[in-house]
Design a protein around this ligand. Structure first.
Ligand SMILES: NC(=O)C1=CN([C@@H]2O[C@H](COP(=O)(O)OP(=O)(O)OC[C@H]3O[C@@H](n4cnc5c(N)ncnc54)[C@H](O)[C@@H]3O)[C@@H](O)[C@H]2O)C=CC1
Ligand SMILES: O=C(O)[C@H]1O[C@H](OP(=O)(O)OP(=O)(O)OC[C@H]2O[C@@H](n3ccc(=O)[nH]c3=O)[C@H](O)[C@@H]2O)[C@H](O)[C@@H](O)[C@@H]1O
Length: 543
């Protein structure tokens, strides 16, 4: 073990063994780098661990036979214990915020680190109830299996926020960071109310040292503000703040978490900061190869997250801008994207032209970046990134205009079926879905819109179409209820029902099985599809 906290030793019998001579307890685990072997031995390990804690033994030792350079879950336990001068302590992780990031990320940590106890807490009773039920609050391929494997073993969900914060060694904060709707920076800056509330709560209840991890996407220098809140309210407890932004994409969250391109950890460049970085690094090292765990200073980590999302969104706006030119010239945007993506310096991903990017983060994070640039007196840089959003808005309205113009310049009283409402496939998430703008645009021209999406409830769709900009990004129970009883659209549970008697159909992002999007489909023939959830393009057919 690199840290030297866990000694390695060859076990000739190749089997786990506990020995206890002269009061020294040893657990010898043969380990070849496969977590299943650690899993199999973990119960024995935990009971030994517990006995050592119960007896306040300071002489217990763990011997780990290993043949790879990555760390084991057992090392985590010792490292965190030693951080506070204690040995034999099971690491406890608490995650504040049981949403699209907190839920899946903690489930995967629990799965990959069976010797770590993970508790996810939230102010939303409904969310926590759902995490503890058969019907999880979010749809994400593979999530069910992971949660069911760990729930009740080392993964728990609770509304008792104070209790679990107080018990935790490492606290992840993964709460909403919506765009501000009022006051200074409204429409651009991040609203850190939820983060601040979480920080105050941590400061109030912490009685022992904690590592606090920024998991939410936050403006650069947020860690400094959080540090101030924690330190000024701490009563002698030491806090180390780390930035550990999340790069998972919805719909592939479990795959992304199992096999991340990189894990980024930023921390203070002090001895305590470095120790905290190592402690978190060891959690990830249970399954992420060491060369993919990048450590930086706090500000680089915070900024890298915003920059990564801005770069991804910029590629989409670039190809969408080219799609307008393709439509004007007769070039095919899919062919152009393929040709440019073959250049290895450019690469093929995130070059699918679309009706515009959606989702809870791209727009929010770019606005946040724009605001930071403006605050630092960099208007040219701010405008550069602002244009990525402008093109995105242009693409959405261009699509609506094409639909309307292709139907003799009016969709009034014409039935339009919308197949898929979520912002992309394999998710039920409708936050900032382009379908909202498209439906609103069509409704503005008095179309009769009928929506089908197997992953989204009618209530959610009606609410999305009634909510004001940015209201969606607050905890569900704090969102304003739909102001009107009048339902702007029809919603059906049957795709065929949606298309019955329609004048046109539009298949939306959640209905895509590939990323071969096009907005040039206004006069294209309707494709035959396996099912609505596997349609490949936004399309609309004239009858
Ligand atoms: N959704 C995504 O794919 C990604 C999101 N992010 C970032 O992660 C953060 C969270 O995003 P999501 O999980 O999508 O949001 P979410 O809305 O699904 O989850 C946030 C949760 O935090 C809870 N919460 C708010 N304040 C709280 C408090 N004081 N105490 C306890 N719980 C509290 C809310 O009730 C909600 O359940 C955001 O900053 C987002 O930008 C980062 C990467 C990917
Ligand atoms: O910070 C976040 O929230 C996350 O934002 C995105 O993930 P996500 O928004 O879940 O989904 P993406 O796959 O990135 O898609 C975003 C939008 O862009 C659209 N898109 C994507 C790719 C493409 O080529 N064209 C395109 O229009 C999608 O349909 C969707 O509407 C990033 O991909 C994640 O790395 C990041 O962690």
């Amino acid at each position: 073990m690199k840290s030297g906290l866990v000694r390695t030793e060859r076990n000739p019998c190749g089997r786990a063994a506990i020995s206890g001579r002269n009061g020294v307890r040893k657990l010898l685990i043969p380990w070849n780098g496969s977590s299943s072997i650690v899993d199999a031995n973990v119960d024995r390990f935990l009971s030994l661990q517990q006995r050592m804690v119960d007896e306040q033994s300071t002489t217990g030792e763990i011997y780990l036979q290993k043949s790879t350079s990555s760390c084991s879950s057992l090392a985590v336990i010792f490292d965190a214990g030693l951080m506070s001068g204690r040995r034999s302590k099971m690491v406890k992780i608490c995650c504040v915020g049981a949403g699209y990031v907190g839920g899946p990320t903690m489930a995967v940590i629990a799965l990959k680190c069976p010797a770590v106890e993970v508790v996810v807490v939230d102010i939303s009773v409904a969310r926590i109830t759902a995490w503890n039920s058969e019907q999880l609050p979010i749809y994400e391929p593979g999530l069910d299996g992971v949660v069911k494997h760990c729930r009740g073993r080392n993964l728990f969900s609770s509304t008792d926020i104070e209790k679990h914060i107080a018990r935790a060694d490492i606290i992840f904060v993964s709460v909403n960071t919506p765009t501000k709707t009022r006051g200074l920076g409204a429409g651009k800056a991040a609203d850190l109310t939820y983060w601040e509330n979480a920080a105050r709560m941590i400061a109030d209840v912490a009685k022992a040292d904690k590592i606090v991890v920024e998991k939410s996407t936050v403006p650069v220098k947020t860690a400094e503000a959080i540090e101030k809140i924690l330190i000024h309210n701490s009563r002698g407890v030491n806090f180390q703040i780390l930035s550990n932004p999340e790069f998972l994409a919805e719909g592939t969250a479990i795959k992304d978490l199992f096999n991340p391109d990189r894990v980024l950890i930023g921390g203070r460049e002090t001895p305590e900061g470095k120790k905290a970085v190592q402690a978190l690094k060891q959690v990830y090292a249970n399954w992420v190869p060491e060369d993919r765990i990048i450590t930086t200073n706090l500000w680089s980590a915070e900024l890298s997250k915003l920059a990564a999302n801005a770069f991804l969104a910029q590629r989409i706006s670039s190809v969408n801008a080219i799609s307008a030119l393709c439509e004007a010239t007769g070039a095919d945007v899919a062919e152009v994207a393929y040709a440019i993506g073959k250049d290895t310096r450019i690469g093929p991903r995130f070059l699918s032209a679309s009706v515009g990017f959606g989702g809870s983060c791209f727009q929010k994070d770019i606005l946040n970046l724009v605001y930071i640039c403006e605050c630092h007196g960099l208007p040219e840089v701010a405008n550069y990134w602002k244009d990525v959003i402008k093109i995105n808005d242009y693409q959405k309205s261009r699509f609506v205009n094409r639909v309307v113009s292709s139907m003799f310049n009016t969709v009034s009283e014409k039935k339009i079926a919308v197949l898929g409402f979520a912002f992309k496939k394999d998710t039920g998430d409708t936050r900032e879905t382009p379908a909202i703008d498209v439906c609103k645009g069509l409704l503005g021209d008095k179309a009769k819109v009928c929506i089908y999406d197997p992953q989204v409830t009618e209530e959610q769709i009606q609410r999305d179409l009634a909510l004001n900009k940015f209201d969606w990004d607050h905890p569900v129970h704090l969102q304003p209820m739909s102001a009107t009883e009048v339902k702007p659209v029809a919603v059906t549970r049957d795709a065929y029902e949606a298309t019955k008697g329609r004048t046109a159909s539009a298949s939306s992002p959640s209905g895509t099985s590939s990323r071969s999007w096009t907005t040039s489909g206004s006069t294209r023939a309707c494709r035959s599809r396996r099912s609505c959830s596997t349609a490949a393009t936004w399309w609309i057919r004239r009858r």
